[in-house]
Design a protein around this ligand. Sequence first.
Ligand SMILES: CC(C)(COP(=O)(O)OP(=O)(O)OC[C@H]1O[C@@H](n2cnc3c(N)ncnc32)[C@H](O)[C@@H]1OP(=O)(O)O)[C@@H](O)C(=O)NCCC(=O)NCCS
Length: 171
Amino acid sequence: MKGAGKLSVSSREQSHESYLRPFVVTRMHEDDLSLVVEIEEQSGLNRWGYDAYRRELLTNANAVMFVARNLYPGPSIIGFLAGWTVEDEMHINNIATHPEYRRMGVGESLMDAAIEESWRHGARYVLLEVRASNESAQLLYRKLGFSFVARRRDYYRFPTEDAFVMKLEMK
Ligand SMILES: CC(C)(COP(=O)(O)OP(=O)(O)OC[C@H]1O[C@@H](n2cnc3c(N)ncnc32)[C@H](O)[C@@H]1OP(=O)(O)O)[C@@H](O)C(=O)NCCC(=O)NCCS
């Protein structure tokens, strides 16, 4: 499929990008969850927490969950993505990169992986919400081909803020 950026990832649990980049993107495992939650807590996201990610991972057959594994010394997990595929829709619920590993392509690679997997499961478009003030995330999504489709008033809490709904049609 096209439309999601350059390369993707992999059910083979390996990416040939590993020759170029200090990380690989793989499916999330239960052992990854404590580091996933640490990154969530460092990233200003509305909190899901350990139990919610674990429930998703172990019991939701529609869950699409990936991590970026650091190949060098430091934290073993440097980013994660959690989403769902339901019929022809992929929904991104959460994505974050460890604050010290941003602008290295982690977020883009996680999105590529999730979009490719959801395409194989029948998704033909991707939807997500993003805080109106979150310019870095919006720039990431625009780079991948997403466009603005709606504004949801006061969608977020802590702090209260509008959401932009963004959509990518997969081709
Ligand atoms: C949004 C986020 C996941 C991006 O992750 P990342 O690993 O830094 O993103 P990447 O390095 O893959 O960036 C890919 C592209 O996105 C855009 N981008 C990402 N962060 C940007 C920033 N701070 N400023 C400008 N452009 C940015 C750029 O186009 C970038 O490509 P380039 O580096 O070739 O210019 C990360 O900033 C993050 O974790 N933020 C906190 C959590 C969050 O807001 N999640 C989104 C919730 S909707």
